[in-house]
Design a protein around this ligand. Structure first.
Ligand SMILES: [Zn+2]
Length: 234
């Protein structure tokens, strides 16, 4: 791989864990991909795995990537990459999505890596590492994701704002649809951020305000009814 290419890609995916986590989430929540874009993403993943392994010289080019691991053909027909992966339910990116969803829901994440404690001749110490003969592209990508999660996983969330309603007047006898939520994955700027976007925040605030107003009107109505009832019994 050319040095320039690596540098350009690193600029796109970011160099810190926070940036890389945001990049991953953006990719997964982004549009489904065509063939060229898919190849592009594959290269980005390669650089991601490489930079997160902490050793750019670790000869990542020789890592064989099993193309069966990347469900390209299913990805093209969906609205978002996330939707496509949920349909496909296999492959490296599906494994990544699974980890991100678990983290956003504060669930436990199992790690399947071939860790070894190896003797480092130069430093004369045992060091934690990965057995190179057992390592795969998939493991390397997931290792990168884990590293990002350990540093910034607390900021990864799933937007809980109620979803946008379909436009148009509802018929009175029509059953009310279940309250769906936005559900988008996002990396919060700070721990207190609850919604993925300004649109989701203002929609939530408007609905809360409306609900409060309705509540006030109802309470006022009950109050008047009680008063008139009290007047009648007097
Ligand atoms: Zn949202």
């Amino acid at each position: 791989m050319e040095e320039n290419f690596i540098f350009d890609t690193l600029k796109r995916i970011g160099s810190t864990c926070r940036e890389q986590l945001a990049w991953l989430v953006g990719r997964i929540e982004g549009p489904a991909l065509g063939t060229d874009e898919w190849r592009h993403l594959l290269n980005e993943l390669r650089i991601f795995a490489m930079s997160s392994a902490g050793a750019p010289s670790s000869g990542l080019e020789v890592w064989p990537i099993d193309l069966k691991e990347l469900p390209r053909e299913i990805v093209v027909s969906s609205k978002t990459l996330r939707a496509a992966l949920q349909k496909a339910q296999y492959g490296i990116l599906y494994a990544v999505l699974d980890v991100l969803e678990r983290v956003a829901r504060r669930q436990r994440v199992m790690l399947r890596q071939h860790w070894v404690a190896g003797w480092d001749q130069k430093r004369k110490r045992y060091l934690l590492g990965v057995a190179p003969e057992k390592d795969t592209f998939r493991d390397a990508v997931l290792r990168g994701v884990t590293r990002c999660v350990l540093e910034h996983g607390h900021l990864l969330k799933e937007c809980q704002a109620s979803a946008k309603l379909k436009p148009g007047r509802k018929r009175k006898d029509e059953p009310k649809p279940m309250q769906a939520v936005c559900g988008k994955l996002f990396v919060a700027r700070k721990q207190t951020q609850l919604y993925c976007s300004g649109a989701c925040l203002s929609r939530t605030l408007t609905r809360k305000k409306r609900a409060r107003k309705i509540g006030r009107t109802r309470r006022a109505m009950v109050h008047t009814k009680r008063r008139s009832r009290a007047g009648a019994t007097r």
